[in-house]
Structure formats: C-alpha cells, structure tokens
Design a protein around this ligand. Sequence first.
Ligand code: FAD
Length: 139
Amino acid sequence: MFLVRLVYASTISKGNTESDISQILDTAKQHNASVDVTGALLFNRNYFLQCLEGSRLRVNEIYHRILNDRRHQNILLLDYREVSEREFGDWSMGYIPEVAMTTPINMKYSVSKQFDPYSMSGESAYKLLLHLSQVVKTV
Ligand code: FAD
C-alpha cells in the first residue's frame, strides 16, 4: 500500500472554541499514531488547513470521519496525490498555531495579506504548512 498526501481547508463552526481544538488534536494525535498517519493542522481564526499523509486506506478513512465532523464546515479538498515520502514523519498531528503565521510567510504562498486557504492552490497550501512546521519546530 503506497503513500498518499491529502490537503483540505475548512471553517470552524459557530460555537466552537480553543478547547474544542485541543480535544480535536488529542483525538487526532492518538488515532493517527495508531494507524501510522502523520501530518499538520493549522488553525487561524476561522480556518483550518490540514495535511494528512499515510497509506491510502488510512488517510481515506480519516478524511471520511473529518467530513462528518460538525465542529467544522465548508470542507474543501485542495490536494490529493500519491507521494514517495512523508514530510511530517515526526508529527502524528503537529499543531501550527495562529502566531506562527506572519504576514511575509502568508504572502509568500497567497494572493493577498489575508490568510484564506480557499483561495490557495493545493501546492501553495501544502508548502505553507511545510514552511510553518519548520518555524514551529525551531521556536
Ligand atoms: P466518534 O468520536 O464516534 O464521533 C461520531 C461522530 O461525531 C463523528 O462524525 C465525529 O466526527 C463527530 N464528533 C466527535 N466528537 C465531536 C464533538 N465533540 N462535537 C461534534 N461532533 C463530534 N481525527 C483523526 O483521527 N485524525 C485527524 O487528523 C483529525 N483531524 C481533525 C481535524 C479537524 C479540523 C476536525 C474538526 C476533526 C479532526 N479529527 C481528526 C476528528 C475526527 O473528525 C473524528 O471526530 C475523530 O476521528 C473520531 O472519529 P469517530 O468515528 O471515532 O467518531
């Protein structure tokens, strides 16, 4: 079974808070580790941007759960492809907080200063997550 990478964007549902995000992360880290899925999750005010990498079967299963989760909405698949290697191999689900995102980093991958994952290409979204993961790891 080969490796795939999936990137999607979504919007947090009304009424959800920071504590919901830490609950989401706890579940994600625990479950992903048990099925050898790795990745990164960025939360920035309203939006989630997440990358999942692992076997096609496992990534697909997790994405289906995520699609049914009412804690977020407007889930948009940005990229899905076979890959030859993982980039987030040491993160069962690394969290990238809002503070990691500076205007210059966002501008490098976006069409405007406002972070809007719905207007990003799959490749830009993935590269942004990769860039931010390096920032988070070196802080
Ligand atoms: P159960 O816990 O049995 O829940 C049943 C249903 O309710 C599922 O549809 C579930 O999505 C939903 N649900 C669960 N808890 C809540 C709640 N507190 N409020 C509202 N609905 C709820 N899971 C992973 O395993 N890996 C990930 O990488 C991952 N990333 C996520 C990223 C985001 C932005 C979000 C919102 C969720 C993410 N989740 C992730 C959580 C995932 O959606 C499931 O809740 C989780 O995997 C448990 O799935 P389950 O089938 O055991 O559902």
